[in-house]
Design a protein around this ligand. Sequence first.
Ligand SMILES: [Fe+2]
Length: 332
Amino acid sequence: MISDTSKNVLIVDDNTSLLHGLKFALENNDFKVLAANNYFEAVQILDTIRPDLIISDINMPGKNGFDLLEYLRKSQTRANVPLIFLTAFHNPELMEKARVMGCEELVYKPVKVGALLSIVRSRLNRAQELETLYTTKTLLNTIEVMAIAIESRDRYTGGHVRRVMNYSVSLARVLDWPTTKIQEVQLVAILHDLGKVVVPDSILNKAGPLNDEEWQIIQKHPVEGEKLIAPLGYDNLPTLSEGLRHHHEKYDGSGYPDGLAGEKIPPVARLLTIADAYDAMTSDRSYRKGMSSNKALQIIEKNIGKHFDPDMATAFINDLLSQQKGEKNECN
Ligand SMILES: [Fe+2]
């Protein structure tokens, strides 16, 4: 039975028996198959449906497989559809032309169905990976633009979001976190101060230290940020809600909003706290100049086990020191 998640494959070949044979084989393997006898039938199908993959013969009467590939690559919405060529001729020039035009794979006739199915599956997986990467990157870029717009209200923290994101991602890589987790770290870092939208400008931009009442208002931002993303659904984005709510917790339990301690603080929040604190210490504020990197790293070291997770803080210090050493060597 064909599932709703089955992939659409368009097969184009003027050899009707081969066309039907391949259609039968692919349908038996859970693909939805569209069949065309020539270029013109294929283009008609492509005008209404975007298949997930195309298998096309090269030599066909009238317009051939290269014409179809050219039509595809010039299309605004179909240009990324992977195409596999079928051919009976072992011709290096043909192979070269196909590669230059962006054909993913060349399969020789007589077609071995098992081998063709493996190629189809691997090309579909690759296309899916690329699409996910593209979508994630676009989403992150959009969110980053919004976060920077929010940050621009605070005239003293320009560039904070981007720097915290870079420090956090670098630390997550050093800690060998998986790629999906690193993407979550990136999202959390971009949005960590989202809740500051509820803090009045007069407090956010106050030229001088804050009084107790103002601090209490500022300290609401982690919970406010968590509330703002609640409509997205915590079940789907647990790391994001944890990061927003807990990025001001301290390892010894003296932070806010919940006073969590040690490993009870979610890992993403423990990581973000270090990146956030380092950037806050090294950036200029209205009432003080930012301190040097070395001084900030010394303070982080001094607060290992108090404010910061020991393993993460040690990795952060070593990462920053090795980056600085690398930069120094490049200059020499
Ligand atoms: Fe914050």
